[in-house]
Write a protein of this length. Structure first.
Length: 270
């Protein structure tokens, strides 16, 4: 019987911690895994690579030492990582800001990403003007979080977007026209696949769910909740995304909707 890819013996929490530690290391230009290994007292980079892949459950004292090495001193962050290391395959991180930092780290580590957007566009595809206006218009909803990389060559993003988001006004017509034009540009660059989902289908996933394909074998899911992020390896979140994608309009029809919405807003510029 075929089963969905799961993390190694480290568990889901170890996968998230590993992606976070890898993102911290890669944020320092020229810093390799061997450099970190030697600083931690290891003779080779094997242990660091296994930790970054989530293939082993890291020792908490080693994680703390690595955080110190990378300049992270926040007690709340240490506690959040400890929770992830200790818990099983369904950790719920209640440290909001830290949870979003690690969510961004998963974006950085993933080769392929599939995410649903029932209420707001993910920060990686927001234009600067759209992000600023969204914060003013919907201050109670999550918005752009620093650290999320833009779609780029070598990292495919499939975005399942509610059709109402194409016409939901944020800022003036010029802001929306610019935002929709940005989506078109990303599609033409080959780094974004846009699937427009009828609003009636969106009830299957009432919140944002993101699938990260890591290391060519681990499929990690992150469900954004009001008090943090729930990480898992499925299969429930994956099945929900599958249902959304199956209910989406054909690619050409979805692109036509995008173009029609952009033209409408462009025609309404003041």
């Amino acid at each position: 019987m075929t089963r969905s890819p799961v993390p190694g013996e480290g568990g889901t929490g170890a996968v998230v911690v590993g992606a976070y530690l890898r993102a911290l290391r890669e944020s320092v230009v020229g810093l390799g895994a061997l450099d970190v290994a030697e600083a931690m007292g290891y003779r080779s980079a094997i242990t660091i690579h296994r930790m970054e892949r989530g293939a082993t459950r890291p020792r908490f004292l080693v994680v703390v030492a690595m955080l110190r090495y990378f300049g992270v001193w926040t007690p709340q962050e240490e506690q959040a990582l400890l929770d992830l290391v200790r818990q099983g395959d369904q950790p719920l991180d209640k440290h909001g800001a830290s949870a979003r930092d690690r969510l961004a780290s998963c974006w950085c580590a993933a080769e392929e990403i599939r995410t649903s957007a029932p209420r707001w566009l993910p920060p990686s595809v927001q234009s600067t003007a759209y992000a600023a206006e969204y914060a003013k218009t919907y201050p109670a909803e999550p918005n752009a979080i620093p650290g999320f990389p833009e779609p780029a060559a070598g990292r495919l993003l499939t975005l399942l977007v509610d059709e109402d988001l194409l016409t939901r006004p944020v800022g003036g017509p010029e802001v929306m026209a610019g935002q929709l034009a940005r989506l078109q540009d990303l599609i033409l660059e080959g780094v974004l696949v846009l699937r427009v989902v009828p609003s009636s289908v969106q009830t299957a996933v009432p919140r944002s769910v993101t699938q990260f394909d890591l290391n060519g074998q681990v499929r990690l899911y992150a469900e954004e909740l009001p008090d943090g992020v729930r990480y898992s390896t499925g299969p429930e979140p994956g099945a929900a995304l599958d249902r959304l994608e199956a209910g989406a309009y054909a690619l050409a029809a979805g692109y036509d909707q995008l173009e029609a919405a952009r033209a409408t807003f462009a025609g309404g510029r003041s």
